[in-house]
Design a protein around this ligand. Structure first.
Ligand SMILES: [Zn+2]
Ligand SMILES: [Zn+2]
Length: 350
C-alpha cells in the first residue's frame, strides 16, 4: 500500500500566490513503517489560514488547513493497534521537557518543537490524504461525529487560553470578537460554569450567534465606554479574551479591565494596539498571550467535544464547502458573514 499510494494523485486546494488558491492534483503522501495514511473527513478554515492567504504571507505551492479529523486509510508495516476506518485526530507534539520554556511549565512554546515555519503549511489538510505518525493518533470517541472532531484543535486553543487565565465561575468575562474563536471561547467558558460572559462584536450575524452559544450579554463595540484615567469603567471585567486581532478592539477591551484583572491576547493581527502602561501599573493588571495548547495535548479537547456540553451545531456552520470553494469562503469569513467554523470536505463541487 505504501508504494502504491505514493504514485496516486489527489485533489488539493493549493495556495498559488497573489491571494489565490487553485485546486491541483498532488501526489498522495507516502507513509513510512510507523505512519498511517489518513483520509481527511473535514478540515476547518482557521483565522490563521485567512491571514496567510488574504494577507499573502503563505508560500506559493503550500496547502493550508490544520483543524481536521479523518479516518485511517492505510497503516505502515510496523503499526499496531490501528485498523483501516478508525476515526482519529492527530495530537499535538509534546514539549521536549528540557528547554527553557518547558522547564517553566510552558510547553506550548517549547523551543524544540518542530520548526514553526508559519509560511510553509505544506502539510495542510485542504486535500484528501495526509500522512501522520501512528504514535500521535487519538481515537475519536464513538458518540462524537468525525466532522465535530475537526473542532479539536481550536477547542484545545480555547482551553489553553482559559486555563492560562485561570478563569473561575465567579469571573466577569469579556470576549472581544464573535468569530469562530470568540464563539468557541464563549461556549467553553459557559461549559466551565462561568456565569457572566459578555461578547463584543460589530457584525449582527455574529452577535446573534454569540448569544445562541451562551453569551449572557452581547454588545456592539461602541457600547463599550472609554475608561476614566486611572480608574475602572462602571462595570469592569476581571478577565478579557481579545479574540478579534484588531488593535481598536484590544485598546477598548483594555479599558474594560478591572483592578488585578487578566487580559489575554488570543487573536493575532497586523496592526499592534497601544497599551497604556500607566493604567496597567496602577491597576496591577496582568497581560498575557495564549498560543497553542496545554501540555496534555488534544485529549481534553476531544473529551469536552464528546461530552455534549458544547453547542456544536451552532459552532460549526451548517453547510460544508468543497476544495474549490475555499477562497470565496475565506472572503465571506473576513466579511463577518459566517459566524461559525466552516468545514471543508476534500471534494470538488463541479
Ligand atoms: Zn487554527
Ligand atoms: Zn521544550
Amino acid at each position: 500500500m505504501t508504494d502504491d499510494a505514493s504514485t496516486e494523485l489527489m485533489d488539493a486546494a493549493v495556495y498559488v500566490g497573489d491571494g489565490a488558491i487553485e485546486v491541483q492534483r498532488l501526489p498522495v503522501p507516502a507513509i513510512g513503517p510507523n505512519d498511517v495514511l489518513l483520509e481527511v473527513s473535514h478540515c476547518g478554515i482557521c483565522g490563521t489560514d485567512l491571514h496567510l492567504v488574504l494577507e499573502r504571507y503563505a508560500r506559493p505551492g503550500s496547502v493550508l488547513g490544520h483543524e481536521w479529523a479523518g479516518t485511517v486509510a492505510a497503516v505502515g508495516d510496523e503499526v499496531n493497534g490501528w485498523e483501516i476506518g478508525a476515526r482519529v485526530v492527530v495530537d499535538s507534539t509534546p514539549g521536549c521537557g528540557r528547554c527553557r520554556a518547558c522547564t517553566r511549565g510552558r510547553s506550548a512554546v517549547c523551543l524544540r518543537r518542530e520548526p514553526p515555519d508559519l509560511l510553509d503549511f505544506s502539510r495542510g489538510a485542504f486535500c484528501r490524504f495526509k500522512a501522520a505518525p501512528a504514535a500521535r493518533l487519538l481515537r475519536v470517541p464513538d458518540d462524537l461525529p468525525t466532522r465535530s472532531a475537526a473542532l479539536t484543535e481550536p477547542t484545545a486553543i480555547a482551553l489553553h487560553s482559559i486555563n492560562l487565565a485561570q478563569v473561575s465561575p465567579d469571573d466577569r468575562v469579556l470576549v472581544t470578537g464573535g468569530g469562530p474563536v470568540g464563539l468557541l471561547t464563549t461556549a467553553v467558558l459557559r461549559s466551565r460554569g462561568v456565569r457572566d460572559v459578555v461578547v463584543s462584536e460589530p457584525a449582527p450575524a455574529r452577535r446573534q450567534r454569540a448569544f445562541a452559544v451562551g453569551a449572557t450579554t452581547v454588545v456592539a463595540p461602541d457600547e463599550l465606554h472609554r475608561a476614566p484615567m486611572g480608574r475602572p469603567v462602571d462595570t469592569p471585567f476581571t478577565i478579557v479574551f481579545e479574540c478579534s486581532g484588531h488593535a481598536a478592539a484590544a485598546e477598548s477591551a483594555l479599558d474594560q479591565l478591572d483592578y488585578a484583572g487578566t487580559f489575554v491576547f488570543v487573536g493575532t493581527g497586523s496592526a499592534p494596539p497601544r497599551v497604556n502602561h500607566n493604567r496597567v501599573i496602577v491597576m496591577e493588571q496582568t497581560l498575557i498571550g495564549a498560543y497553542n495548547y496545554d501540555a496534555e495535548g488534544f485529549r481534553p479537547a476531544l473529551e469536552l467535544l464528546a461530552s455534549g456540553s458544547l453547542p456544536l451545531d451552532l459552532l460549526i456552520e451548517p453547510v460544508d464547502i468543497h476544495l474549490d470553494e475555499v477562497l470565496p469562503t475565506m472572503h465571506r469569513l473576513t466579511a463577518g458573514e459566517l459566524p461559525g467554523k466552516v468545514m471543508v470536505t476534500p471534494e470538488l463541487s463541479r
